[in-house]
Design a protein around this ligand. Sequence first.
Ligand SMILES: Cc1cc2nc3c(=O)[nH]c(=O)nc-3n(C[C@H](O)[C@H](O)[C@H](O)COP(=O)(O)OP(=O)(O)OC[C@H]3O[C@@H](n4cnc5c(N)ncnc54)[C@H](O)[C@@H]3O)c2cc1C
Length: 541
Amino acid sequence: MHQQADIGEIHDLLVVGGGINGCGIARDAAGRGLSVQLVEMNDLASATSGGSTKLFHGGLRYLEYFEFRLVREALMERETLLRAMPHISWPMRFVLPYHRDMRFESATPASRLLGAIMPWMRGSRPAWLIRFGLFLYDTLGGRDILPGTKTLDLRNAPEGRALQARFAKAFEYSDCWVDDARLVVLNARDAEENGARIRTRTKVIAARRSRGIWQVELEDTETGARSTLAAKVLVNAAGPWVSDLIQNKIGLNSAEQVRLVRGSHIVTRKLFDHDKCYFFQGEDGRITFAIPYEGDFTLIGTTDQDHADPSVLPECSEEERDYLLNFVNEYLRDPINADDIVWTYSGVRPLYNDGASSATAATRDYTLKLDSRGGAPLLNIFGGKITTYRRLAEAAMDELAPSFPDMGAEWTAGVPLPGGDFAVGDVRALMDQLRSEYAFLTGPWASRLIRAYGTEARDMLGRAQSVAHLGQSFGHTLFAAEVSWLMQHEYARTAEDIVWRRSKLGLRMTHAEVEALNAWMIEHRAVNTAAPAVKRAGGGK
Ligand SMILES: Cc1cc2nc3c(=O)[nH]c(=O)nc-3n(C[C@H](O)[C@H](O)[C@H](O)COP(=O)(O)OP(=O)(O)OC[C@H]3O[C@@H](n4cnc5c(N)ncnc54)[C@H](O)[C@@H]3O)c2cc1C
């Protein structure tokens, strides 16, 4: 659907933002036959979408806020997503320890209702209420793959060992884990394979409507070079910068406001010896997860702090760090302290400002606002979860349907992302197969490659028969062959892109190793910047 005009090529869609929402929309739109350009001012997933808690979840706590639409949609999405990406996401069991003396300061609609009809229950979340919530959770969205809730006797179960002896009982339920940054990159790749163009390190500095078409000024953030691009529709998926784009780059007044809420995580050495996640409830009514992470670590989060300015890099404050340490120490048998922390990261939720009193209470659901003033549509995206990105993209396409009456139908449900074309549960077999074909791989190495690249791990390793064929070693199983693959196929430009987003090898690498990697990447940029091959030009799969 490209068009030529006196102002140059006019694309159907320009998507601003290479987070999960922008990449998800670009993929969906390209697969329906639209000509799509996506611009990201930094690296893909460098903002909120790389800083999440990394769960495909219904959001058990949102039930207390009566967010049934969001919870139901998210619950239903879990298995659809799992099937499309069994390499980067997997089922996880969540252990919710319970003690009848626990008290919570909570002003959620559910706790207010409970306090009104049963005043003696004020401040408590009785076992039957949690069980009822989990019953809804098990049934609202349906399940084929994920097992339902059960009760655990922590005095005998291995999951009880890491916890204080006062916790004798727990509920165990299902959700899923996902590698958020890889999710974004794989959506971008699939968008590109469907004909979209993905341009990282490219910033929108101004956009205006002219004769029913968007004229957008872009800046290459590496070279400073300026260019312009014309599109029929502008999709504002700028996440925390959604209002910045509307007000400062386009110059529009808008009644819609974003509420920026920072969430921080701490990563510690491994705190327990099983593959389940803890769901801890705090006296302040909030919850915190303690999740097995990258084999040797535990991921703990998150917080809810209002964050005034998107240009201020979100970082875990000492206050947030201590809050998380104190939170989990209410449960852990062996308390932890700041010396146990190996890394922290933070993200900013770009929530739709619904006027909620607290950051915790602000809605996590998404809101799409179409502005058709001046003919050329502008679609602004607020809020959302990584779990609902695919549905959000479909909703965005519904909004844009009047502009593109000939575009294709919905197509993304269950369609594999690159490397995800195998059955959920076949990961072990895939790892064994990879090791039999590449005898030099160790178990953890094969596991890392399958978890990152799925069936494409073989394409990345090519004809290598020994480590010598993989080129320079950067330590921790990272070799030049993989780095080149990431530069050629996954838009990686710097060492940071690779060690903190395409992988989490940054948890293991020294500063000097990262520097050596960066130097190599700069030296080999010219030969390694080929764009991914375009397989199709629109039309879905
Ligand atoms: C702490 C935390 C934990 C979370 N945990 C979960 C979870 O476990 N499960 C879940 O489902 N959801 C979770 N979420 C929510 C989820 O991460 C977000 O809803 C989602 O990542 C938002 O994606 P996005 O694409 O809208 O924004 P972003 O990922 O921020 O992407 C926007 C992009 O736009 C780019 N951009 C901005 N302005 C411009 C411009 N002028 N030109 C070019 N590019 C521009 C930015 O660089 C950025 O990369 C969590 C969020 C946070 C903060």
